[in-house]
Write a protein that binds this ligand. Structure first.
Ligand code: CP
Length: 388
């Protein structure tokens, strides 16, 4: 994360209240690894996956694993961010990211406000800067921003004193998506170190691929990007050489060696020209069809299938694959809440010991897993994994 100077530490208390604030009494001498370099205005932000070191990724994923248990509780409320205000500022449509940030904030007891481009004063011509400054002037602690312009979240972080979280900026990055993808894959596969992950589809328009490349590389995965030549971004060959990932146009050639296959949405709304002749032709070359699913599972029954959503069923992924036992697509949605709770926690409670709440307040040691699960056969399912 791009962070302020505050060194964070883990607070402990004796009371592990889940529905009312527990006053922290002591702090552990062990600093969490989420304090790093200063942000430009002395605030910590999550703008890019490149902001996160391995220790920081691990801290977020480990906290997410502990917070995931909240989803199974009857009373889904922790006092952690009581008194804090989080604004979701979405200038682009979203189902998963916006609702999971809203749920995450609410389950942590923050006050959460949603503002969308449609219905806000931006439709009357107000600039992004004026909108952001107006919202920030109300005393907001964190801004979660999605915008169609690459770099928008970074720009916003220069204007406000609030913590800024990038919830997707144009074709640039989507760091919390990459974190939840890694979290989901780890829970099924165990450590991603040396695991072969295929990322397939519309690479040119995908912010998910950029953030995933960074986070998966941080976690030691081996990555192959698969796309038709027209959907490979310019300069990707040099990028692949520099960063150590592979490229291919031949999906079928790499399919049998995959531990995980991440299908990307064909982003027709961002396409101005003909990137492929017909939808049918795209599916024949790059869709995760029934025959490809059979090849994949025959080669590796423990393979997992991911898709960040929303899916174009029948285009980049067939219903057989989307709904297969190997599919983690709803697990990704479920993980999105836990990972975003963790990100909000690490950003918002890290520099204020008065607001700290002990891990025991959220950890569900009876069922939750603080570490990646050991590998297991695909098809097995836990109660939690079925929830989304
Ligand atoms: N994956 C993702 O960002 O989905 P939404 O657009 O629904 O938020």
């Amino acid at each position: 994360m791009t962070t302020s100077t505050a060194t964070t530490s883990t607070a402990t208390t004796s009371a592990a209240a889940t529905t009312s604030a527990a006053a922290p009494t002591t702090t552990s001498p062990t600093a969490t690894p989420l304090a790093a370099a200063d942000g430009p205005r002395g605030r910590r932000h999550l703008l890019s996956s490149a902001d996160l070191s391995l220790d920081q990724v691990r801290a977020i994923l480990d906290t997410a694993a502990e917070m995931h248990g909240v989803q199974r509780r009857e009373v889904k409320k922790l006092p952690t961010l009581r008194g804090r205000t989080v604004v979701n500022l979405f200038f682009e449509d979203s189902t998963r990211t916006r609702s999971s940030f809203e749920i995450a904030g609410k389950w942590l007891s923050a006050d959460v406000i949603n503002i969308s481009g449609k219905g806000s004063s931006t439709s009357k011509g107000e600039s992004l800067r004026d909108t952001v400054l107006t919202v920030a002037a109300m005393g907001v602690d964190a801004l979660v921003i999605r915008h169609h312009a690459s770099g928008a979240a970074h720009q916003v972080s220069q204007w406000v004193d609030a913590h800024v979280i990038n919830a997707g900026d144009g074709m640039h990055e989507h760091p919390t998506q990459a974190l939840l993808d890694a979290y989901t894959m780890e829970r099924r596969l165990g450590s991603l170190e040396g695991r072969h992950v295929l990322i397939v589809g519309d690479l040119t328009h995908s912010r998910v691929v950029r953030s995933n490349l960074i986070t998966l590389k941080t976690l030691g995965a081996r990555i192959t990007l698969v796309a038709p030549p027209t959907l490979m971004p310019s300069g990707i060959t040099a990028w692949a050489r520099a960063e150590g990932f592979d490229l291919t146009h031949d999906f079928d050639a790499v399919l049998p060696s995959a531990d995980a296959v991440m299908m990307l949405r064909v982003q027709r709304e961002r396409m101005s020209g003909g990137f492929f002749p017909t939808a049918r032709e795209y599916t024949v070359g790059y869709g995760l069809t029934r025959p490809r699913l059979d090849t994949l599972v025959a080669a590796n029954p423990d393979v997992v299938i991911c898709h960040p959503g929303p899916m174009n069923r029948g285009l980049e992924i067939g219903a057989d694959a989307a709904d297969a036992a190997q599919s983690l697509i709803l697990d990704q949605v479920s993980a999105g809440v836990a990972v975003r709770m963790s990100v909000l926690y690490h950003l918002l409670s890290g520099n204020d010991d008065q607001r700290r709440v002990p891990r025991s307040a959220w950890a569900d040691t009876s069922e939750g897993r603080a570490r990646p699960a050991a590998p297991r056969s695909a098809g097995a399912s836990t109660a939690e994994e079925g929830t989304a």
